[in-house]
Design a protein around this ligand. Sequence first.
Ligand code: PGA
Length: 270
Amino acid sequence: MRKPVMAGNWKMNCDNEEALQLADGVTARAGQVEDALVILCPPATALSTVHQVIANSNVKLGAQNLFWEEEGAFTGELSAKMLLSCGCEFVIVGHSERRGRFGNPDEAEVEDLGAIFGDTDATVNRKIHAALAAGLQPIVCVGELLAERQAGATDDVVEDQVRAALEGVTEEAAGNIIFAYEPVWAIGTGEVCDADEADRVCGMIRQILAAIYSDDLAEGMQVLYGGSVKPENVEGLMAQDNIDGGLVGGASLQADSFGRLIEAAVASAG
Ligand code: PGA
């Protein structure tokens, strides 16, 4: 049985004081939860603050990105070791807001998505290797653009991203990865993917994992859905066989709404 996950991606929100209060609110409400894995991913500036707040709880800490080199002249970047030293156990890799899908950050379509940081399948793969080597669990985001869905290319796009992400990753290491299916058109738009369809794609990701590695590994790996997850739709999503939890942006920014999502995750554990 896979443990349900509720991960909050705070994106570029919360200064240190706001982060402290939000982490405090989540911890007060769900700090002792055992039947679900609760992960907070604040901005890098607030990692240490949040780590202190959650120290005596079951809530875990994740970062939103990392760079694959260990150290050196990489202005503005953060290594896996630095994230570990702030108390991180998880790191989001390949979020669509960081992928520059066409290798050109000026492309109008990429700009529309806010995807201006140039991550590609190749950089995502490097970041996954760096995270795993350091002992961080990557939360790897995959998902199609609206135009790709409309062109009937969803399954191909997602399969390509999953396979590229796992290039050179051993079965033993892959067991530490959490995947998140995040259709780009559903992120921050309020337009949630139908639970049945999200379940279908998450199931397909599990089949790809089984094909690359083994049924056993695929059965044990957590696959999340992300994109406008809210208290109003979370139960329908969590009821699906192949959806093991949520990667949540907007609704993770208030302790009350995130607390309700955590409760739904716990309830789904049966
Ligand atoms: P959202 O973001 O919940 O605000 O749609 C999800 C995400 O980007 O991970």
